[in-house]
Structure formats: structure tokens, C-alpha cells
Design a protein around this ligand. Structure first.
Ligand SMILES: [Zn+2]
Length: 174
């Protein structure tokens, strides 16, 4: 009668070569979405890609994760970084990524979640509201002045608060 194979010794070659998921493998679509909700936006790491509203679909098909992503701004340098981050997070969770880029309908800043607005303000970035002038994310004053059409990234403009004199980024409406 053959003896059962011994369990690999921790730290041994047999142990380290065994693929090990760094994240728990999701077994439901909801758990898959929760996993995606841990991926930060490369440009504004305080918000996640689900806060951004760019994850349009996330379904499991066995261990294949089908994820549809809509890029934010066309030509936004973060788009390919996001796809790479999603791919690597899915692999870390023991899943096979099947990522689809969905261009239609195009993303708008309306897709940012309420949580994203809160997090942006807490981080000192005025979220997009559609108002002509963003309110100061620090003191909430409506008296603000645009300094530069482009901030630290093309999707942000630089403003200054007339009340508290603080400069801040405004996430531009799109
Ligand atoms: Zn202010």
C-alpha cells in the first residue's frame, strides 16, 4: 500500500513552489467586487477603482474573473496601470483575469460614488459637482479662484480658496 506523500516542509522548495494566493479567492460575484474594491486608483490612491465607478461588470466563471472596465479620460495615463493592477490582484487571488475594456457608454465624473466625493474632500481635492466653482475642500467656502487649468494630473485643475488661502486640486467634471 503506497504511503501518502508527506506534507511539504514549510519554507522548503516544495512549499515555496506551490502557488499560494495572497488574497482569499472570491467564490461569489459580490466577493469579486469586494476584491476589486481594494485596488487604489493609481493617480489618487485615497479612492479605489470601484469608488471611481469604472468597474462596469464583475462576474466569476469558475476561476475566471470577467471584469469590464471603462477608462476614465481617454488617453489618461492611469488606464493601463489600472488594467495591470486589476490583472495582478486577480492572479494574486488565484483567479484567471479576463479583462474587457468597455468604451460605451463613456465614463463621466457622475459615476464617482458618494464615498469617492467624501474621500476626495478629506484628501483636500474638490470633487466634481458641476458647479462653476468648486467649494474649498478644507473650509467649504464657495469663494475660490482657478490658478491653473492643469493640476498634478490632466484630470485636475489647480484652485485657491479666497477664504483660507489654501491651494487645492479640483477633480474636473467630465
Ligand atoms: Zn478654504
Amino acid at each position: 500500500m503506497p504511503r501518502p506523500a508527506p506534507a511539504p516542509v514549510p519554507g522548503s522548495r516544495a512549499d515555496v513552489t506551490r502557488p499560494r494566493a495572497r488574497h482569499a479567492t472570491p467564490s461569489t460575484d459580490a466577493a469579486l467586487l469586494d476584491l476589486l474594491a481594494t485596488i487604489p486608483d493609481p493617480e489618487i490612491p485615497v479612492i479605489t477603482i470601484t469608488d471611481l465607478g469604472i468597474v462596469r461588470a464583475a462576474t466569476l466563471d469558475g476561476t475566471t474573473a470577467r471584469v469590464a472596465i471603462t477608462p476614465t479620460y481617454s488617453g489618461c495615463p492611469a488606464t493601463s496601470l489600472i488594467a495591470l493592477a486589476v490583472e495582478s490582484r486577480l492572479r494574486d487571488a488565484g483567479l484567471t483575469p479576463a479583462i474587457e475594456t468597455r468604451l460605451d457608454p463613456p465614463w463621466t465624473t457622475d459615476w464617482l460614488t458618494e464615498a469617492a466625493h467624501e474621500k476626495l474632500r478629506a484628501y483636500g481635492i474638490a470633487p466634481p459637482t458641476g458647479a462653476t466653482r468648486p467649494r474649498c475642500p478644507r473650509c467649504d467656502s464657495p469663494a475660490t479662484t482657478e490658478i491653473s487649468r492643469f493640476g498634478s494630473t490632466p484630470c485636475k485643475a489647480q484652485w485657491r480658496c479666497d477664504a483660507c488661502a489654501e491651494p487645492f486640486d479640483h477633480f474636473k467634471c467630465h
